[in-house]
Design a protein around this ligand. Structure first.
Ligand SMILES: Cc1ncc(C[n+]2csc(CCOP(=O)(O)OP(=O)(O)O)c2C)c(N)n1
Ligand code: SF4
Length: 280
């Protein structure tokens, strides 16, 4: 593989063939494309949760904060409010984003926080050896359900659409160029953007055959919310990938602070005291 400026010295410990490689490479390509669009690499900030997916943080030479399980989307919301000029991206696992961190996802979507969440959806808690996750299919066998998962899987994109997400997409780690375009679109979108990435875990949930057969690129987002919800649920015969929903709405930090940037427009001590005196 040719050396990329975003490579780090960390040893990559993912299993050979893991879908996480596709996401890593798609993301690096996306950063190149963003730079061509005038987005400075130094203004792209990343965070991740804990899990196999979380290791991606160590493999990309960008600034950020390695967060904790289920909290990367909360972490990047804080960073965005601190400096709205930054593009902030949270990497998360399906256990991370749709289990432990589901409340952060719902409320980030509800308030249209201007963040991008990339979910490595392998339908299992992989790092902890394959327990069933919120997106595991019924019957999925692992250490927490040796007889098979007895619950139906969650459709996370339908939930996030209902919650208020303004950009919703699904990608597939084995369709790397398509995924890298989705990542660019999601990051350029002003508002809450989520990409649910189908990511086979060759050890705990090897879905390559299934997704190679079923993945079908859709070329246009739905015209309205009902259409988008229909599209994300249309998974029986095929697995649509692409952008399902893309609408504009005022973002949280602008609603909260207008054009004020706390990291650049700091008040002096005297100005702060004056403001406090105005209130008391
Ligand atoms: C607060 C907290 N709860 C639980 C754990 C244990 N834990 C670490 S990784 C993990 C599962 C990760 O699964 P997922 O988010 O789907 O990521 P994957 O490993 O599949 O990429 C869990 C439960 C933890 N580290 N912190
Ligand atoms: S256990 Fe699964 S998700 Fe984790 S690195 Fe290996 S193949 Fe990838």
């Amino acid at each position: 593989m040719t050396k990329n400026v975003l490579d780090t010295n960390a040893e990559i410990t993912w299993c050979p063939g893991c879908g996480n490689f596709g996401i890593l490479n798609a993301f690096k390509k996306a950063v190149d494309k963003l730079e061509n669009k005038g987005v400075n690499r130094d203004s792209i900030i990343i965070s991740s949760g804990i899990g196999c997916h979380g290791k991606i943080f160590d493999y990309i030479k960008l600034s950020g904060l390695y967060s904790i399980h289920g909290r990367s989307m909360a972490t990047v919301q804080g960073i965005k409010i601190g400096n709205p000029n930054l593009k902030v991206i949270a990497f998360a696992g399906d256990g991370d984003a749709y289990g432990e961190g589901i409340a952060h996802m719902i409320f980030a979507a509800k308030r249209n926080a201007d963040i991008t969440v990339i979910v490595h959806n392998n339908g299992a808690y992989a790092l902890t050896t394959g327990q069933f996750s919120p997106t595991s299919k019924k019957g999925f066998k692992g250490p927490s359900r040796p007889e098979g998962n007895i619950e139906d899987p969650l459709n996370p994109l339908s939930l996030l659409l209902e919650a208020g997400a303004t950009f919703v997409a699904r990608g597939y780690s084995a369709k790397m160029d398509h995924l890298s375009d989705l990542i660019v679109e999601a990051i350029m979108h002003e508002g809450f953007s989520v990409i649910d990435v189908l990511q086979p875990s060759v050890v705990f949930n090897n879905t390559y055959k299934l997704y190679n057969e079923k993945a079908e690129i859709i070329h246009k987002p739905a015209k309205n919310l009902d259409g988008a919800i229909k599209l994300v649920k249309d998974t029986k015969q095929r697995m649509p990938i692409g952008v399902f929903y893309d609408v504009r709405k005022l973002v949280f930090h602008k609603e909260l602070m207008g054009d004020w940037n706390p990291s650049q427009n700091k008040m002096s001590r005297n100005e702060r005291l004056k403001k406090i005196n105005e209130f008391v």
